[in-house]
Design a binder for this molecule. Structure first.
Ligand code: HEC
Length: 157
């Protein structure tokens, strides 16, 4: 009986030490994982990649939003609706889940965004079709951003 306990103790010790080594290996790759998670879980700090680095928003400007709607209908509605997924994601509430800079960079620089920005890359993996560059000016992209600000998650098309 006593011998059995000793043998068991040795086995337990062996298993535990193996586990320890495994953990050490995990630690080596941990920083990379943490970095990835940080970008993915905090989209409201992610400005994306492109010409827009900083935007300050004031009160919603309804005239700009109306002009943005017209550009959106002409250039984006083939793939997007506000309240329904089509070729691309539904865009209701997009300003609540992305920064203004990220949204404008997605409009102005989608080719690079879906390759280099983790959040955009994830969207491409889900939607499979790549977001098209509609060659808008920064001013036009800004108008569309204003339109999006008027469309919350409960808005109709
Ligand atoms: C050819 C179809 C197509 C056109 C045209 C298009 N998009 Fe997209 N868009 C997509 C797809 C698909 C995605 C998801 C990412 C991907 O798969 O590349 C996307 C993603 C987005 C996103 C990110 C949405 C989210 O949930 O974070 C925004 C914002 C966006 N598009 C805005 C626009 C605007 C504004 C226009 C017009 C200037 C436009 N798109 C034109 C297909 C399109």
């Amino acid at each position: 009986m006593k011998l059995k306990v000793t043998v068991l103790a040795i086995i337990v010790a062996a298993i535990t030490s193996c586990g320890g080594e495994g953990k050490k290996e995990d630690k080596v790759s941990a920083p990379v994982e943490e970095q990835k998670v940080a970008v993915e879980t905090d989209p409201m700090k992610d400005k994306g990649i492109g010409p827009i680095t900083s935007i300050t928003l004031g009160e919603i400007d309804q005239k700009m939003a109306d002009e943005g709607k017209a550009v959106f209908l002409a250039k984006c509605s083939a793939c997007h609706k506000i309240s329904k997924r089509v070729v691309g994601p539904a865009l209701a509430g997009v300003t609540e889940r992305r920064t203004p800079e990220w949204i404008m960079n997605m409009i102005l620089n989608p080719e690079k965004m879906v390759v280099e920005n983790p959040a955009a890359k994830k969207l491409l993996e889900e939607y499979l079709a790549p977001m098209a560059n509609q060659n808008l000016t920064e001013a036009e992209a800004r108008l569309i951003l204003e339109y999006f600000r008027t469309k919350t998650t409960t808005s109709e098309d």
